[in-house]
Each structure stands twice: as structure tokens, then as C-alpha cells.
Design a protein around this ligand. Structure first.
Ligand code: SF4
Length: 328
């Protein structure tokens, strides 16, 4: 690991003043330190933000919640208001990483964690994220874990977060601060598809600090689930995951939220499936039809064609379970 200078920021103003070219913010360190060990990130200065007062979960007047960027994943998943109002978010966080990692990892860090594509970490093979213009070793390579939606000829990586999939379904927003002021954008606009510049992964400017995530009131989310399909029951990234909320009235879908993980470079809001489902009969056949509509644009790689059917089945099964629970 390259030597670096260390600065402990006592407040947000100092943190955003200290950041600059060659510097990185350090929160829980669960991704950045790995990347530094592998030489993928090599900052000259590390600005430790772990002591900043961004650890609150506060109620908003509209019934939503404002979650500080330094709330630990474990605390978020255990928070009674998160569990009551957004069960799919609590479940998603609990299905990510290990207990030890969740105790360290922060909400803000979760948003900016980088793909676990093996080639990003392998300095001997081409990777457009690590070295723009070098190529993408995953295309035609080991791509079982890679994207089936929104990929490009330059990068087919997936976003690794579970938490962000639930936040995408909830229309969360991200608050950021820099010496230029504050800024807020929808989470759905925060993560970028690779296009022809896969190195640019988020809308966060290099000098901006994430300060909070706001989740609006989403009444349907009280009846929600996160389902994650992975190779082993703990500490594995999603092959496919589904964050879903559903309200059925008179046998028809009255409200629905749906987002997918493990399928794209960003949490994938299933807009087409939501459109098909709204007002449709709450039946397995209609759930399957919505899943097929969402996956109609999927493009498999050499090793991950199974994800398309897996995603269809996971969407259908998750919605069916919610419908059954709602009827019970
Ligand atoms: Fe690099 Fe993206 Fe290709 Fe992986 S998929 S090798 S991260 S360019």
C-alpha cells in the first residue's frame, strides 16, 4: 500500500475543505481499504470522516426519514422505524456482507462502494474502469456475476449494494456537501450506467461529501420484502435480488414498488414491470408477465444467461409472497 497522509476531520466544514486532488474520504473503510491494499485506489491523503456528527435517523414532517451518511449498516437495519416503515430496506442491509462488516460499513460508503468485478482487482488484465481505454476482460471472460441490463461494450460490471436496491425502490434522495454548497439528487440518478466512460460511476463530484439519505413516506413499503439469490447463504453478492412492495385491493394491484440488484451497474428500478402491474390482477400469471416485460431488454453475456430466468422467477415469487401475506 502506498504511503499516505492522514487527516481526522472534526466537522463537515473541515472535511470538505480538506478534500482535493489525490485525497479520499474514509468512513467505515470496508471498501476503500481493500482497494488501497490492492493498489486500485492510491490516495495521497485520507480524510477520516468517521467522527463527523452524521449518525442520526430523524423523522421528517411528511413521515419520511433522514438517515445520516455515517449511520452504520447494523444500526440502520436494527432501527425500529426502518423495520416498521421499510422492511425491505432492513432486510436488504442484513443480507449484505457479514455482521462484522455491517458494524463498520456506513450508509454513505455503501452508496459509493465499487463493483466486485474480479478484473478490476487484477492488474494483469484489461479493465476500462481501472485503466480507461484498455478494454474489458469480463466480456468473453468470467462473467457469471455480471450485468444483463444497461451494460455497454466498455463495461458489464454490476453494482454490489443490496441497500441501494431497496433505496431505489423507495425513491430515496442523496444529500451532498462541498465548499460550493449543498446539493440533492434522486438516488436513481446517483449511480451511472457505464456507457463509454465506465470509470465515472456516480454523480458525486470528487470534492463532494455525502451527508445524508432521505427516504420519503412510502405507505406501500410497510408491506415489502427483499429477496436475494446468491451462491451461498452468507457473505455473497447477489446473482439477482428483488426489492418489492405491494398493496392489493379487490384482487388488483393498487400500489407497487420494484427494483432489482445484481443485474446492472446501478440499482435497477423496474419501471416497466411497475407499469404493467399497476391495476393488473394480483395473480402469478400477471406477476410473471410484468417480470417478462422488465426483462425483455436483457442482454446476456457468455456465462450469465441464467440470470434472465432467475430474475423472472425471483420477481414473480417475491410478488406472490407479498400478495399472499397481504391477503392473510
Ligand atoms: Fe473492468 Fe467493467 Fe470490464 Fe469488469 S466489467 S473488467 S470492471 S470494464
Amino acid at each position: 500500500m502506498k504511503d499516505f497522509a492522514y487527516v481526522a476531520a472534526p466537522d463537515v466544514a473541515t472535511a470538505v475543505r480538506e478534500i482535493g486532488p489525490g485525497a479520499k474520504f474514509l468512513g467505515g473503510g470496508t471498501n476503500l481499504v481493500d482497494l488501497m491494499r490492492e493498489g486500485i485506489e492510491a490516495p495521497d491523503r485520507v480524510i477520516d470522516i468517521s467522527r463527523l456528527p452524521l449518525t442520526g435517523v430523524d423523522e421528517l414532517p411528511d413521515g419520511g426519514l433522514r438517515v445520516g451518511a455515517l449511520v452504520r449498516n447494523s444500526d440502520l437495519a436494527a432501527h425500529p422505524l426502518i423495520r416498521a416503515r421499510y422492511p425491505m430496506l432492513a432486510q436488504a442491509v442484513l443480507m449484505g456482507a457479514s455482521g462484522q462488516l455491517r458494524n463498520m460499513a456506513t450508509v454513505g460508503g455503501n452508496l459509493v462502494q465499487r463493483t466486485r468485478c474480479l478484473y478490476l482487482y487484477d492488474g494483469t488484465l484489461p479493465c476500462n474502469k481501472r485503466e480507461p481505454g484498455s478494454g474489458c476482460a469480463a466480456i468473453g471472460g468470467a462473467n457469471r456475476m455480471h450485468a444483463i441490463l444497461g451494460a455497454s461494450e466498455h463495461c458489464i460490471a454490476t453494482h454490489p449494494s443490496d441497500m441501494c436496491v431497496a433505496l431505489a425502490a423507495l425513491d430515496a434522495t442523496v444529500d451532498m456537501e462541498s465548499v460550493r454548497g449543498t446539493r440533492r439528487i434522486p438516488l436513481l440518478d446517483f449511480h451511472r450506467l457505464p456507457g463509454d466512460s465506465p470509470r465515472v460511476e456516480t454523480a458525486l463530484e470528487p470534492d463532494e461529501l455525502i451527508t445524508a439519505v432521505e427516504i420519503p413516506a412510502v405507505p406501500v413499503a410497510a408491506m415489502s420484502r427483499y429477496r436475494k439469490v446468491r451462491d451461498r447463504a452468507s457473505y455473497a453478492f447477489a446473482l439477482v435480488s428483488v426489492a418489492a412492495a405491494l398493496r392489493v385491493a379487490g384482487g388488483r394491484v393498487e400500489a407497487v414498488r420494484l427494483a432489482l440488484g445484481g443485474v446492472a451497474a446501478r440499482p435497477w428500478r423496474a419501471v416497466e414491470a411497475e407499469r404493467v402491474l399497476t391495476g393488473a390482477a394480483a395473480t402469478e400469471a400477471e406477476f410473471r408477465r410484468a417480470a417478462e416485460a422488465e426483462l425483455s431488454a436483457a442482454t446476456p453475456q457468455s456465462e450469465n444467461g441464467f440470470k434472465i430466468e432467475l430474475a423472472r422467477r425471483t420477481i414473480t415469487a417475491t410478488l406472490l409472497r407479498l400478495a399472499e401475506e397481504g391477503a392473510a
